[in-house]
Design a protein around this ligand. Structure first.
Ligand code: 6PG
Length: 476
């Protein structure tokens, strides 16, 4: 008998099935196009205790009870179709696990529908791409805790491990697991955008080529910025195109695509009223990049800076960009964690932010040395309002800010767009301000729409009859 089934044998499903088998679990395999099961058996059948199934009936007969079925199908309607395909053959207490990048409200809906049939449902984030799925991903499971307990040994064993700890922990009920994965992806977007801006800045302000930049990123990966994304940036920049002999990055089309998780993270932040400017700027930057034809036209029409531009000192600009990247990254994470806290309050998920940082230290795309700092910050103060207020981050921001500001001056002077760098600095500067110009916003709103305002010196709401007698009146 198998202890778990993997349904959906595209890359992620195949690699998770192999990972499970490598850890000694007996795995049943099913795919609606059954040829995929045969192909899998031919290629990897000898790697572990796999049992192929050619129908849902065959699949359920092979599984120990409660049955555990990990669905690795494309997010969206295929998940509903797979549930409809399998559920009629399952018994009360059996567990369906959705391991794709599903939208968290779909997970909430599916969880309810599946539970109404007497079954159990887990929506889990799985991060780490193809290699992570095979060698150890970061896993973010959400749903009923009793269902999680049934799959915990498998998920924790196949996950990445850092300092002996698994990069998998129960996240919370309902859609919590997929929500946290969505924010992970949002932060991934911000991280990638910030890296792209650093690359753009150094290549334009200092005229550095891809090889030189590859060396700079490799160097950065030996310090505080050490992370998977910085490491692979160095590799991507260092790669030569076999066809042309040029750096491959120079022949890749500059239109960024996306599958939606970053956009969802921004949409949810807008709903919750949390300013996740770095993630949202990263999503907008991808949209703007996709307007290639418009940009080509505008590049011949719209003027950039003119007049003398100061020559940047190469060594210090490289160091400054590193600091600006680190500071902006801290802002992106602070915002993402604040968003998860707000979602936790809104949906009563009781998220443990420190544990989330812990399971992101290994396996996932945003794994980084810096996540230890976040875990420590929440360990010291579990109810931390904003990461930037924790001593390590507060001090790191204070020491990086000079460089950050210099980098932005260079970018502005030369007309190099750095939306994520600059919006992160604007967030930092706004967040640390006791008083913002929102007083004027309120005054204007009250002027044209009698929307009222509060005062700094008295309780209550007020309206001024601006264009009548100028009197202020209390509003009830
Ligand atoms: C991961 C990644 C992955 C995601 C890709 C692409 O954690 O392994 O986040 O889940 O699908 O990174 O996302 P976009 O196509 O939206 O850039």
């Amino acid at each position: 008998m198998s202890v778990i089934a993997v349904v959906g044998l595209a890359t992620m499903g195949m690699n998770l099935a192999r990972n499970l088998a490598h850890h000694g679990f007996a795995v049943s395999l099913y795919n609606r196009t059954t040829a995929r099961v045969d192909d899998f058996m031919k290629q990897y059948g000898t790697e572990g205790a796999f049992t192929p199934a050619r129908s849902p009936q065959e699949l359920v007969a092979q599984l120990e009870k409660p049955r555990r079925i990990l669905m690795m199908v494309k997010a969206g309607p295929p998940v509903d179709e797979t549930i409809d395909h399998l559920a009629p053959h399952l018994d009360a207490g059996d567990i369906l696990i959705d391991g794709g990048n599903s939208y968290f409200l779909d997970t909430v809906r599916r969880g309810k529908a599946v539970e109404a049939k007497g079954l159990r449902f887990i929506g889990t984030g799985v991060s780490g791409g193809e290699e992570g799925a095979l060698l150890g991903p970061s896993i973010m499971p959400g749903g009923a805790r009793d269902a999680y307990t049934q799959v915990e040994p498998m998920l924790t064993q196949i996950s990445a491990h850092v300092d002996g700890e698994p990069c998998c922990t129960y996240i919370g009920p309902g859609g919590a697991g997929h929500y946290v994965k969505m924010v992970h992806n949002g932060i991934e977007y911000a991280d990638i955008q910030l890296i792209a801006e650093a690359y753009d800045l150094l290549s334009h302000a200092l005229n550095l080529g891809a090889d030189e930049l590859s060396r700079i990123f490799a160097e950065w990966n030996r310090g505080d910025l050490e992370s998977y994304l910085i490491q692979i940036t160095s590799e991507v920049l260092g790669k030569r195109d076999r066809a042309t002999g040029r750096p491959l990055v120079d022949v890749i089309l500059d239109e960024a695509e996306q599958k939606g998780t970053g956009k969802w993270a921004s949409q949810s932040a807008l709903d919750l009223g949390i300013p996740v400017t770095a993630i949202t700027e990263a999503v907008f930057a991808r949209f703007l990049s996709a307007l290639k034809a418009d940009r080509q036209h505008a590049s011949k029409t719209l003027a950039g800076p003119n007049g003398a531009i100061r020559t940047a000192a190469p060594a210090s600009l490289v160091d400054d960009v590193r600091s600006a990247l680190y500071a902006s990254k801290m802002v992106a994470y602070a915002q993402g964690f604040e968003q998860m806290q707000a979602a936790s309050n809104e949906y009563s998920w009781d998220l443990e932010l420190g544990s989330i940082a812990r399971i992101w230290r290994g396996g996932c795309i945003i794994r980084a040395r810096f996540l230890n700092r976040i875990t420590d910050a929440y360990a010291q103060e579990p109810s931390l309002k904003n990461l930037l207020l924790a001593p390590y981050f507060r001090d790191a921001m204070a020491s990086a800010q000079g460089a950050w500001r210099r980098v932005l001056s260079v970018a502005v002077e030369r007309g190099i767009p750095v939306p994520a760098f600059s919006s992160s600095l604007a967030y930092y500067d706004a967040y640390r301000r006791d008083r913002l110009p929102a007083n004027l916003v309120q005054g204007l709103r009250d002027y044209f729409g009698a929307h009222s305002y509060k005062r700094i010196d008295r309780a209550g709401s007020f309206h001024t009859r601006w264009s009548q007698d100028g009197e202020e009146v209390p509003v009830r």
